[in-house]
Design a protein around this ligand. Structure first.
Ligand code: KG4
Ligand code: ZN
Length: 349
């Protein structure tokens, strides 16, 4: 990446991670993170007010760490990017207010960006320019979507999404049922390594022919979560031990199976030869392995960033910001609002 590629600082506060990243074009210079996840653990889910306060406390130190690690001063950046949505309203507001303050003080253009598009953009920091069109599979604690990405700086079309729980939410809820800590993805991933993925035939939501007709690229994980709950309860009622590793492996298998089957089908049916997977659940080892195998068989090039870039971070916001600057997209107005339900079709505000 040349020295004149845009130097962009990105701020992420949509959920429980305060992230500040610095990139030069597609080169990652710094990715500072402060997480309030431990403060939410005993509630079994993210508590919005707790997250907002934690962002407030972490913002300035995280910003200072990112600048120091990148070896730059704020005055050096070409632009500041910030997550404008979707996410928790109060949490987004903290990041947006900080970004506006820094941008005004340093007289830099400000880009309010879409968190979901940023989860796709982050992959460019690891694998270079994204071939377009690409199919994006976005799986996190709050979202599960299939996207047709014609142009990551402006034209992203939703093909489908979850009709109930997000994939990460299902991991978190099933972990709770199994007595595993929050967030549930990593401990289920670990427990599953010792289990048999074929031990229990859990349902694959929206894959029956009648469901596919109306929900070709949609997901549903609420029935799966209920099936796991019933199975576990039946064992407990019978006074038998719950085989945590087998339940974790079989549940994880069902999620990975549906996600990869629909993503590869979307590639095939839209004549697209690149699949990029992003979001916290993209850190899942079984999902990565299954996607690798199925994409290989279908002749689809698979791109999944390393796990640390899959979960929320500031570098992803900076990566999308740099693409917007390079494409000549105009910055956001100073009064840009936080939009907790920002549609994925709005890449920048
Ligand atoms: O993208 P992310 O950090 O935040 C949101 O935007 O939601 O995703 C967090 C979600 C959590 O539900 C967490 O359980 C899940 O990602 N997750 C995983 C793994 N690591 C994180 N799910 C499955 N396997 C993992 N290894
Ligand atoms: Zn996210």
């Amino acid at each position: 990446m040349s020295r004149d590629a845009p130097l962009v600082l990105g701020i992420e506060t949509s959920c429980d991670e305060t992230g500040v990243g610095v990139v030069r074009g597609e080169e990652l210079l710094a990715d500072a993170l402060a997480s309030s996840v431990d403060e939410h653990a005993r509630f079994g889910g993210v508590v919005p007010e707790v997250a907002s306060r934690a962002h407030l406390e972490a913002m300035v130190p995280t910003m200072d760490r990112a600048l120091a690690r990148a070896g730059i001063a704020l005055k050096d950046v070409d632009a500041i990017a910030v997550t404008a949505g979707p996410g928790l309203a109060g949490a987004l507001l903290v990041g947006l207010a900080a970004a506006k303050g820094y941008a005004v003080a340093a007289e830099k253009p400000l880009y309010g960006v879409n968190h979901l598009a940023a989860h796709v953009a982050v992959d460019t920091l690891e694998h270079g320019p994204l071939p377009e069109p690409a199919i994006g599979l976005l799986v996190s604690g709050g979202h599960s979507s299939l996207l047709l990405v014609d142009d990551l700086t402006g034209r992203v079309r939703p093909l489908g999404a979850t009709i109930d729980d997000a994939a990460g939410e299902a991991f978190d809820k099933v972990a709770r049922l199994l007595g595993l800590p929050f967030p549930g993805g990593p401990p289920i991933d670990r427990a599953a390594k010792e289990g048999d993925p074929a031990a229990i035939a859990f349902p694959r939501g929206l894959t029956a022919p009648k469901d596919l007709a109306a929900h070709r690229y949609d997901f549903s994980f609420s029935g799966l979560k209920t099936a796991v709950a019933r199975w576990v309860e039946a064992r407990q009622r019978a006074g038998e031990p719950v085989p945590v590793a087998d339940v974790a492996a079989s549940f994880q298998e069902a999620v990975a199976d549906v996600l990869t089957a629909k993503a590869v089908a979307a590639c095939r049916e839209h004549g697209v030869s690149t699949l990029v997977i992003g979001g916290g659940v993209a850190a899942n080892s079984r999902l990565r392995a299954m996607a690798e195998r199925r994409c290989g068989a279908a002749g689809v090039a698979l791109r999944v960033p390393r796990p640390a870039l899959c979960t929320d971070n500031g570098a992803m916001v900076a990566a999308l910001g740099a693409k917007l600057v390079a494409a000549g997209v105009p910055p956001s107005p100073w009064d840009l609002p936080a939009d907790s339900a920002l549609p994925v079709t709005t890449v920048s505000v």
